[in-house]
Design a protein around this ligand. Structure first.
Ligand SMILES: N[C@@H](CCC(=O)N[C@@H](CS)C(=O)NCC(=O)O)C(=O)O
Length: 201
């Protein structure tokens, strides 16, 4: 898709992998955008003004020049990247979607939640759901196995699957998980960070 100058406004938090994936896709595609920082720690997502943008009270949300609004990080990146080389064709597209759905159901709900509870809410261990760490480890195991025969998740090149998955994987240490235990994931994170020109987490 093509967008005019700053035709896109991203309401997001810099602490959120879900939000940064939208920013990285816009940058990668050369889409001009304005970034409006929303402070989730101050519960700005619960203000009446924000709820008018997204009644679900979550970032990211994007607003297009004509006022249309879109939430859910993976819906946003799929829309922005339509027709670009970040979305492969045919069966590879289906495989990319497989990883995007897995990221939201099995990966983000473990690693991102564990990270937030540990590093941002600073909860003591006995107040953290004990299933989060094994679920996070399992997600990293699945990724490490998949990367044993490839350098990217799908199609042999950078796609939305890599961009979505790297969002929180690169912050695994903030969830108390050292990627040295998953060396292929660690190498892949460095590869994707380099492809996206983003600094080491
Ligand atoms: N599935 C959603 C998840 C969005 C989400 O969980 N957003 C968090 C930040 S990562 C949020 O807005 N939290 C603040 C709140 O719930 O008040 C997506 O991918 O966009």
């Amino acid at each position: 898709m093509s967008l005019d100058n700053a035709a896109l406004t991203i309401f997001g938090s810099s602490l959120s992998g879900n939000c940064l994936k939208v920013k990285w896709v816009a940058e990668r595609l050369g889409l001009p955008f304005d970034w409006v920082e929303i402070d989730v720690m101050k519960k700005e997502t619960r203000s009446a003004e924000f709820l008018a943008l997204n009644p679900a009270g979550q970032v990211p949300v994007v607003r297009f020049a004509d006022g249309r609004l879109l939430a859910q990080s993976n819906a946003i990146v799929l829309y922005l990247a339509e027709g670009s080389n970040l979305i492969p064709e045919g069966f590879d597209r289906a495989l990319m979607l497989q990883w995007l759905f897995w990221e939201q159901y099995s990966h983000e709900t473990a690693i991102a939640v564990l990270r937030f509870r540990k590093t941002y809410l600073k909860l003591p261990p006995d107040q953290i759901d004990p299933s989060l760490e094994p679920r996070s480890r399992k997600a990293l195991d699945v990724m490490n196995d998949h990367l044993s025969t490839r350098g990217y998740f799908v199609a042999g090149r950078l796609t939305l699957a890599d961009i979505a998955l790297v969002g929180y994987t690169r912050w695994s240490h903030e969830a108390g998980l050292d990627l040295k235990e998953w060396p292929r994931v660690q190498a892949w994170v460095a590869r994707i960070e380099s492809d996206l020109n983003i600094g080491r987490a």
